[in-house]
Structure formats: C-alpha cells, structure tokens
Ligand binder design. Structure first.
Ligand code: PEP
Ligand code: MN
Length: 372
C-alpha cells in the first residue's frame, strides 16, 4: 500500500513523525518513508510493506497528513503503475526533463579514447543543439586483454570538454561502487561542469550490490540496461532495487537480447517492448540501437538498418536514444563496427525527428478515435 502525503508535509513535520509511529504499530506491517523529488517540490510517500490486506484503505486515507492511498497491484511497488495510479513519472536533472513524454538523443563515444575525439564529438553534438551524450570510461569487456577503458584518468578532461561545449548530461557506465566516488571526485575537482547519469550495463543488470549502492544515493540518476539473457520482468525487478533503496530517478534501456535468432544482428532487437515497459512502469524508456544491431549495413532502400531499428523504437514512443558515434570508427578501441560517423549525425537527428513526428501523429489519431 502506498500513502501519498499532503504536499504541505515536509520531512521535518511533526505530523510525519506521528504518522510513522502510528503506522509502525500496525501488526505485521512495516512503514518505509520515501522522498520523491519533483520539479517543483519534494513530496513524501510512505510504503506499507507486509500484511496490508486487512487494512481498510479509507481508514488509512483519513489519517492526518495523508492525501491519497494506492493499493499496490504490481510487483514493482515504487516504479510500477498501480490501479488508479495518478502519480506523475520521470524526473528533472540538470534542467532537463526525463519522463515518458520526452525524447532525448544521447549520441557519443562507446569508449573514450583521445581528448581530440571527445572534443570533436561534443562539438558535433553542440552544432546540432544536443545537450546530452554517452561517454564510456569504464568498459566491461568479454576478453580480459581487450581495452578496458581509461577509467578515472580520463574523467577530468571529459567533464571539462562537456563544460566547454555546453553538454549538460553524460551517460557513463559504472561497473563498481568505487566508480561512483571517482566520478563524484572528478566532478568536484573540475567545478561540476556537467551532470552524469550512471549507466548499469547489461552484464550488471542483476549485480544487486551495485544496484543497492546506486540506489542509496540520489545525486545521480541511473540508466539501467535490460539484462541480455533474462526476462523483462527480471530486469524491471532490478530497476526496482534502485528505487527500493531510495533512488527512483531511473531510466530503463532496451538494448536487444542475446540469441542467435537475432542473426545477423548482434542481438535480437526488442523495441516492441517500449510500450510494454511504459504501461507496466512509470520509467522513461531508452533504446540502444547500436548494441542491438551491432553493425553498419545499408538496407535495399538506402537506409542503415541501425537507423531502421532506431526509428522502430522512436515510433513506438521511446524517450531516449543511446547511440554510438565516433569521429574515426576504424580507429575506435571498442565497437567501431557499429559506430556512426560525425558526418552522419545531422541525418540521424533528422531521421529521429521524422519518427518522433510519426509517433505524435499516431498518438493523436488514436486519441481522436477513442473519443468518437
Ligand atoms: C555500452 O552501452 O557501452 C554497453 C557496454 O552496453 P551493454 O551493457 O548494453 O552491452
Ligand atoms: Mn559498446
């Protein structure tokens, strides 16, 4: 059961103390307080965990300080959608709104290699009016002898470059709790020129200790990739770990699943799940066409199949596109085969706009149809 409190009740309000004490005395029930950071103010919610079936919803709703009560109707208590759930979705970070209505392109380097390439990449983004990027410093590699990423040593020059080019948010994969501290330190040392969304890669979707560590902090939002060999339900439960620890600023990323049935693509593209995740949860949904498709192949109609996959995700309502670009893909240290070039960026952005317009037209069409 979720108790949505009166917006007037701040975290140091006496009424909140009283309410928590009262709820704590209910038999077989544990009360957990969550602060939800909205664009205007911080709201409080209380989660009642345990044997809540016997509780009378109206009685709980009548308690002082309680605005509304929701009965939890899905496993995903915090991030899920429940019956009559009117709660909003998404969050604001670095002045940018991330929710199930917005769309942001995060084009950038799979792996940071040289300061020149980082600079060229960010200049190309800025020329397109883009404020977000992806930059890999810590790379989880299949082969221990492959390039593992520059790690903490590249962070200062990556963040400084972001500041110079007006890039506000970088999606950056972390594979260990320590990386969070290294990123925090590098941001402090460079005067916080940008923000970072912590990316959890597909190999770490169920690294529960990493999820708990990222969930215990609220400074950085998290982009959680779907696990490539587990069910969608298991991956959404992994997202719920972040929220259950206190961080509900989570974006869920579809990146294909591992099976030969996807051949000749690197993974089987799963963007038909965009609307599924949006209806089951309140998370914004990202697509990663690069790691799904994994190659540059032009289709018979002259369009790269990577762009076809991107359009499929966007026309289904995706809220974010994470995509690999590189100034010189043949020299890229990781995933050069799937990287688009900087010259292709304007075309990519325009193609995404077309797919987005088509999505908006589809939404309008179906709304009109349902009203008539
Ligand atoms: C990446 O985005 O760089 C990456 C390694 O992706 P994934 O975890 O989906 O393989
Ligand atoms: Mn990659």
């Amino acid at each position: 059961m979720i108790l949505i409190l009166d917006p007037q009740i701040s975290s140091d309000d006496e009424r909140l103390d009283y309410l928590m004490k009262h709820l704590g005395q209910l038999p077989g029930v544990r009360a957990q307080l969550h602060q939800v950071t909205g664009s205007q103010q911080t709201l409080s919610e209380i989660y009642l965990i345990g044997d809540t079936h016997a509780l009378d919803q109206q009685e709980i709703a009548a308690l002082e300080g309680v605005d509304r009560v929701l009965r939890v109707s899905s496993d995903y208590r915090i991030l899920g959608r429940h019956k009559d759930d009117q709660r909003g979705n998404g969050f604001e970070y670095q002045g940018i709104r991330f929710d199930q209505q917005s769309l942001h392109i995060f084009a950038g380097l799979c792996a940071v290699d040289t300061p020149e390439h980082v600079d060229q990449m960010m200049a190309a983004l800025a020329a397109q009016g883009l404020q977000c990027t992806r930059m890999g410093a810590y790379k989880p590699r299949t082969n221990p002898y492959s390039f593992q990423g520059h790690g903490a040593s590249c962070l200062p020059w990556v963040f400084e470059a972001a500041g110079r080019h007006g890039i506000k948010v970088i999606a950056m994969e972390v594979t260990h709790e320590n990386h969070l501290k290294e990123i925090e330190q590098a941001l402090e040392a460079t005067g916080n020129p940008c923000g970072v969304i912590m990316q959890v890669g597909t190999r770490n979707t169920q690294n529960f200790e990493l999820l708990k560590a990222l969930g215990r902090q609220q400074r950085f939002p998290v982009l959680l990739k779907r696990g490539f060999g587990i069910t969608l339900e298991e991956s959404i439960n992994a997202a719920e770990y972040l929220a259950s620890e206190g961080n509900d600023q989570v974006i869920f990323c579809l990146r294909g699943v591992k099976t030969n049935l996807g051949d000749p693509h690197r993974n089987l593209v799963d963007f038909a799940h965009v609307p599924v995740v949006k209806s089951q949860t309140r998370m914004p949904v990202c697509i990663d066409p690069s790691h799904s498709v994994g190659r540059r192949q032009t289709s018979e109609d002259g369009i790269l199949d990577l762009l076809h996959a991107t359009a499929q995700g966007v026309i289904a309502g995706a809220n974010m596109v994470l995509v690999d670009f590189h100034p010189e893909p043949s020299t890229a240290l990781v995933d050069g085969a799937q990287a688009l070039t900087l010259e292709e960026l304007p075309l990519f952005v325009e193609d995404v706009r077309i797919a987005r317009r088509a999505y908006e037209e589809r939404v309008a069409l179906h709304q009109t149809a349902s009203q008539s």
